[in-house]
Write a protein that binds this ligand. Structure first.
Ligand SMILES: NC(=O)c1ccc[n+]([C@@H]2O[C@H](COP(=O)([O-])OP(=O)(O)OC[C@H]3O[C@@H](n4cnc5c(N)ncnc54)[C@H](OP(=O)(O)O)[C@@H]3O)[C@@H](O)[C@H]2O)c1
Length: 384
């Protein structure tokens, strides 16, 4: 794999460099370019990915333990099934545990006679509750076992819905797609260190290209921007890329943890469940352009298992590349948006995120030194 070609001459500068005038919105050119990327992906993703097999062949994963969020539906469900069939110990981290148990029964039946029973278990995790994230992480870390792959797959895109807030007070797209996965990634670092070489795979989206993050208005309530589900979704996905870039920088090579964002392509899943029925029907009528879930799971599976990924992430680190690895729907390294290269904003997103999820600003440094940290949302849980 080679580094993606640079699209931006923007800041390789550390946070200490004097801030430029703060951007209030995405520039018109960036916005148009973002939408063109989206249209291009929609029309040509199948051609771009024509070199890939479906399903993606996986290496034996018998020694791999993997946590996959949102594995009851769509891309996460396919990822969980295929990783388990390749031999991995898969933990389905889901809010609907009944649906997950039913899926496991179905998969075991289908797999019967083809090898050892699948090694899958279910643990409850509701990303709309940061307390649930802390509870999940504490339960997992208490096992004192290794975690080799964390796939932050769960996500929402509540198209056309009014703005909603979690009980923690955060806009729901921002919480489910960025804040909760960020908290989970940091809190699981002790297990990921035990599993090193290990990986954090964030299922992102080409839609980050049209996103903009205002760290003073993460909930989009100031009135500076009008909230739409598109604004909520694209901002949350860009925030995830920016947070991943700083996490990637803060993890030293010795920690052996690769941080990767992936774009699954445009995939027929339940993500469009909130679209009007007529649009959903239209969606189904264009199967040539849209991936099925198996095709859409390939970039996640690639990022989770390809042997060259750690080396590639290291290369980006050595080159002081401003963004973490980003793998496109055709399983090739690509460049996230120009705005994602803005290191000043990425550092602001990092700080703001840690503050919002109730972690100290030196959480990662402390965990790397083997120290304990506490999360504000865990404290609530212990008081109950
Ligand atoms: N489909 C696409 O075209 C597309 C394109 C780009 C990126 N993506 C990204 O791919 C990822 C997977 O989406 P998908 O297309 O497979 O959609 P999906 O079929 O709707 O699956 C989303 C999964 O996330 C889970 N989830 C939602 N809210 C949750 C919460 N509060 N706590 C825990 N789990 C929660 C859902 O659980 P329930 O079943 O319980 O609701 C479901 O298992 C998302 O991050 C999405 O943004 C999708």
């Amino acid at each position: 794999m080679t580094s993606p070609s640079s699209s931006s001459s923007d800041t390789d500068a550390p946070a200490s460099v004097p801030a430029k005038v703060k951007k209030e919105a995405l520039g018109w050119m960036e916005w148009i370019r973002g939408w063109l990327y989206l249209a291009y992906e929609m029309l040509f993703q199948r051609i771009m990915a024509s070199h890939l097999q479906n399903p993606l062949p996986l290496p034996p994963l018998d020694d791999v333990t993997c946590v996959i969020t949102g594995s009851t539906s769509g891309i996460g469900r396919e990822t969980a099934r295929q990783m388990a069939q390749a031999g991995a110990h898969v933990v389905m981290a889901v809010r609907n545990t009944k649906a997950a148990h039913e899926l496991i029964r179905k998969w075991q039946d289908e797999w019967s006679g083809m090898g050892l029973p699948l090694n899958i278990e279910v643990m409850e995790l509701d990303l709309l509750s940061l307390e649930s994230v802390v509870k999940f992480s504490e339960a997992w870390n208490a096992r004192l076992g290794p975690l080799h792959v964390l796939i932050n797959n769960a996500g929402i895109f509540s198209i056309g819905e009014p703005q909603k807030f979690s009980k923690d007070g955060y806009e729901e797209h921002m919480q489910v797609n960025h804040l909760a996965p960020a908290l989970l990634s940091v809190l699981l670092l002790p297990s990921l260190i035990r599993g090193s070489p290990s990986r954090i795979v964030n299922v992102n989206s080409i839609m980050h290209q049209v996103g903009f993050v205002d760290t003073e208005d993460m909930n989009v309530t100031s009135g500076k921007r009008k909230f739409t589900s598109l604004v909520g979704y694209s901002s949350s996905k860009l925030a995830q890329v920016m947070f991943s870039s700083i996490l990637h920088k803060k993890l030293p090579a010795e920690a052996g943890i690769s941080v990767i964002c992936v774009s699954p392509g445009i995939v027929q899943t339940n993500v469009a469940r909130d679209l009007p029925k007529i649009v959903q029907t239209g969606y189904r009528l264009i199967p040539y352009f849209i991936f099925n879930a198996e095709e859409g799971s390939r970039s996640s599976l690639f990022a989770a298992t390809d042997p060259q990924i750690p080396e590639y992430c290291e290369l980006l680190k050595t080159d002081e590349w401003p963004v973490s690895a980003f793998i496109s729907q055709d399983c090739r390294p690509t460049n996230p948006s120009e705005e994602a290269h803005n290191l000043e904003t990425s550092y602001r997103v990092w700080e703001k995120t840690l503050q919002m999820v109730g972690l100290p600003s030196d959480a990662v440094e402390k965990l790397l030194e083997g120290e304990d940290i506490s999360c504000k949302f865990g404290a609530q849980q212990h008081q109950d």
